[in-house]
Design a protein. Structure first.
Lengths: 90, 233
């Protein structure tokens, strides 16, 4: 099976996010008064082949722990989506 | 005694450190390509500053998986000396050889400026030549020098003397204005519990000649040389 993993990495809530604060301030200045808080994070797409759903989930989890996120300052979450064989969709 | 300077793709302070050790201090020094894993011939290893792997993902995140880093772990366990400067510090933190992690500077700028450092632990192989109460002046140059560690660990680090350098003003006061990055508790450098691995964001190799504005950085390398000469390495 082929899988598309969408990984989201954000700073932990206790970590100051100056980029988020700057974007939040810009949006407020643009009169989007509804915006209470902005957090800037990272988004990664991983295309995996030859794994069951369980194996894919297990591997992505491991990749997040080892490399993609730093547990001291970041949190991560991901979703898996099956892909049609031999076709990488956007 | 032999020094090694690790070169990752994207290191850019490697030549400065090499020049300092070979030409200024007339020491024995060799470059170590990051794919190398044989480190037995070295007494001390320096991870220089720069942008290893373009700082992609997070500074130091990819470099920490280079083959040299695996061997460096054994090197450290033998009690040998490792100094990480700027990106080198970030790599050591990513490799969990030093506590903490780095965030983007609170002002979101790349900051290149001279800072004053207070040395909180002068008993280390890296700081033993620093006089009591002596402030060191040297430059920082980074966009991700905003050091963070959680409260519990910070408390342990204080108890173990692991907070080595703090940003201070020229009167030695620990003020927010003296902090170039927003680093927690003005922390500029930390060591491991054993005291043989030091990471620092400021660049001692850029402050090793009066022509460059300061020679305070020499004290770090002098300390290492004298420690090794005394046979403690």
């Amino acid at each position: 099976m082929r899988w598309k993993a969408r990984v989201e990495i954000t700073l932990k809530k206790v970590i100051n996010d100056p980029q988020g604060a700057t974007v939040e301030n810009a949006l407020n200045t643009m009169d989007y008064k509804s915006v209470e808080r902005v957090r800037v994070g990272k988004y990664l797409e991983l295309y995996l082949a030859g794994l069951s759903e369980y194996e894919a989930g297990h591997q992505v989890e491991e990749m997040c722990q080892k490399l993609l996120a730093n547990p001291v300052i970041e949190e991560y979450s991901f979703t898996l989506e099956p892909l049609v064989e031999n076709k990488i969709t956007e | 005694m032999k020094f090694g300077v690790v070169v990752f793709p994207g290191s850019n302070c490697d030549v400065d450190v090499y020049y300092l050790l070979r030409d200024v201090l007339e020491g024995d020094v060799e470059y170590i390509w990051h794919k190398e894993s044989e480190l037995h011939r070295f007494d001390a290893i320096i991870l220089p500053g720069g942008f290893s792997y373009g700082d992609y993902l997070r500074p130091g995140a990819i470099a920490r998986f280079s083959p040299v880093m695996q061997s460096l772990q054994d090197f450290v366990e033998k009690g040998k000396l490792v100094l990480g400067i700027c990106n080198g510090f970030q790599i050591l933190a990513e490799a969990e050889m030093l506590p903490g992690a780095f965030c983007r500077n609170t002002h979101l700028q790349f900051r290149c400026s001279y800072v004053y450092l207070k040395v909180e632990n002068t008993n280390l192989p890296f700081t033993r030549e620093v006089g009591t109460g002596q402030l060191l002046q040297m430059p920082v140059a980074n966009a991700d020098g905003n050091y963070y560690v959680d409260e519990v660990q910070l408390k342990n680090m204080h108890q173990n003397g692991q907070v080595v350098f703090r940003y201070v003003d020229k009167w030695g006061e620990n003020s927010p204005a003296a902090n170039p990055s927003g680093a927690l508790a003005n922390i500029a450098g930390v060591c491991n519990k054993r005291g043989n691995v030091l990471g620092m964001m400021p660049h001692p190799e850029r402050a090793a000649d009066t022509l460059l504005g300061s020679e305070d950085g020499l004290l770090i390398f002098d300390s290492m040389l004298k420690y090794l000469a005394a046979g403690k390495g």
